[in-house]
Design a protein around this ligand. Structure first.
Ligand code: GLC
Ligand code: CA
Length: 538
């Protein structure tokens, strides 16, 4: 295997630390808790852990608002715990990827506290300011979590720019001193032994607020290349750029094979196909299945040989996929496995979000149970606009980020084995049926299907370099494709929905046994949510 490409065989597991495993009974997951679960992750067969932010933070956006990039929030533990986690993971051949939030800091970061002292403070220019008068924001830009992107500071007679909450002021990447501080900090973490970085909303760092540009700004790739040269290229890392706004052309820059930017891009085109176009994510529409297949096909074909994509259904910002596009009732296990098989046969680096490998489902919360800043702000905004609570709740059940953030289900014991104390957010009551212990005891579980898929990816090069052909593009139920290289052919056949459908005739798999499937026996139809994967040598 080519050394520069070793990570193309890797699978990444995302941990949302506050909801993974509590070790001290305060109801919040922590680093020691993660260390205690590394054997479980090793058994699953992962290569790296993407840790959502654990740096010091006032937790306005659950850690995506960092007040000290070189320290761990006491809620999660200490720097010593972090070093222990890196070392313990390494023993199991698992690397730790940090989540770097570099588009903005917390308003409690030392830089911002200095910056707002005066216009001539050396840190003032680390952030983005415009002169103005109260009540007259520089422009109409609306923040991602609601309200204006501009916040007035009366002592300065200036507004600062924030694309997310008022407690997340945007950093000014035009300032070379700020960029250098960031590179020094990244190098400090590299020297501590981290295995890579996930770069939060990195497509938003090159903003031009006066021109209303918040994403894909003109200097974006210049900054990426400078950062990569000054940091990532010193070491053998996995780096992934989160990019809501990347098309395939831009993605090829992000993941250029010469390593000048990042290892791979993490983009969302496939994940936004169940909302009313042009409206908010809360404005629900039925999934456009044909569009979903077209999007996957486009990314598979266009990046083949010249770029590298991430493969995911779930993360801490998305609802649980089995509830979203599977069937979380009578076909929960079948559909969870089907979704896994469809995704894991593709080219790219698969990501598993904690609990996905157990077939965990969306939270069934009441309005007052929601904790996430995005959901809480949406509730008050929509109430003000006159939406009724039933409507609001309907959107939250489908799309709230809290769906993915309920505590991990370890056992059928109290609080799902997540904590001895009071969990910071409600545990999903279905933990008595869906949990890691039950999965590990059942050879036919969702967990073992994921384990199998991870092992197959390691064993067969066709997962990495096989060319892609979609089958039955216009079929309203079938998700099927072929991957092929000089040595092997892989075939994936899946029924994406609950009605039995015809099975397409594909000669190479005649008389063959599936290497991974969610029904034990072969049949001449595809049963509800049935999925089968074949790998055939030439
Ligand atoms: C990213 C994170 C999300 C966070 C936002 C602001 O999209 O994944 O959780 O709220 O950036 O940092
Ligand atoms: Ca704790």
């Amino acid at each position: 295997m080519n050394r520069t490409n070793w990570w193309k065989h890797a699978v990444i597991y995302q941990i949302y630390p506050r909801s993974f495993q509590d070790s001290n009974g305060d109801g919040i997951g922590d680093l020691k808790g993660i260390i205690s679960r590394l054997d479980y992750l090793e058994k699953l067969g992962i290569d790296a852990i993407w840790l959502s932010p654990v740096c010091k933070s006032p937790q306005d956006d659950n850690g995506y608002d960092i007040s000290d990039y070189r320290d761990i929030d006491p809620m999660f533990g200490s720097l010593d715990d972090m070093e222990e986690l890196i070392a313990e993971a390494k023993k199991r051949n698992i690397r730790i990827l940090l989540d770097l939030v570099l588009n903005h800091s917390s308003d409690e970061h030392r830089w911002f506290l200095e910056a707002k002292k005066s216009k001539d403070n050396p840190y003032h220019d680390y952030y983005i300011w415009r002169d103005g008068e109260p009540g007259k924001a520089p422009n109409e830009l609306k923040a991602v979590f609601g309200g204006s992107m501009w916040e007035y500071v009366p002592e300065l007679g200036q507004y600062y720019f924030h694309q997310f909450s008022v407690k997340q002021p945007d950093l000014n990447w035009e300032n070379p001193r700020l960029r250098q501080e960031i590179y020094d900090m990244i190098n400090w973490w590299i020297d501590k032994g981290v295995g890579g970085f996930r770069m939060d909303v990195i497509d938003q760092i090159a903003k031009e607020p006066d021109q209303m540009i918040t994403i894909n700004g003109p200097r974006l790739h210049e900054y990426f290349r400078e950062m990569s040269k000054n940091t990532f290229q010193r070491a053998d890392l996995i780096t992934v750029g989160e990019a809501w706004g990347a098309d395939t052309e831009r993605a090829k820059l992000y993941s250029a094979p010469d390593g000048s930017e990042f290892s791979m891009v993490f983009q969302f085109e496939h994940i936004n196909l169940d909302q009313i176009p042009g409206q908010e994510k809360w404005d629900l529409a039925k999934l456009d299945f044909i569009a979903l297949k077209n999007v996957f096909e486009k990314w598979q074909k266009e990046l083949n040989g010249c770029g590298w994509n991430s493969l995911f259904w779930d993360n801490h910002d998305c609802p649980r996929i089995v509830s979203r596009w599977g069937n979380d009732r009578e076909y929960r296990k079948e559909s969870a496995k089907m979704l896994a098989i469809v995704l894991h046969g593709l080219q790219g680096t698969p990501y598993i979000f904690q609990g996905e490998e157990l077939g965990m489902t969306n939270a069934d919360f009441a309005i007052e149970d929601y904790k996430d800043i995005e959901s809480v702000n949406m509730i008050s905004e929509r109430r003000q606009k006159g939406y009724d609570d039933a409507d609001i709740l309907h959107s939250l059940h489908a799309k709230s980020r809290d769906n993915a953030r309920t505590p991990m289900h370890w056992t059928a014991e109290k609080n799902a084995g997540f904590t001895d104390g009071t969990p910071w957010i409600r545990v999903n009551p279905n933990y008595t049926q869906i949990n890691a212990q039950e999965n590990l005891e059942d050879p036919d579980s969702v967990f073992y299907c994921y384990q199998k898929l991870l092992a197959l990816r390691k064993a067969h090069e066709v997962f990495v370099d096989g060319d892609f052909t979609m089958i039955g593009k216009e079929d309203p139920n079938l998700f099927a494709y072929i991957r092929e290289n000089a040595e092997e052919t892989m075939v994936v056949l899946a029924n994406f929905y609950g009605d039995t459908i015809a099975r397409p005739a594909i000669e190479v798999i005649n008389g063959r046994q599936a290497v991974c499937a969610n029904y034990a026996d072969e049949a001449d139809v595809l049963r509800p949510y049935e999925a089968r994967m074949y790998v055939i040598g030439k």
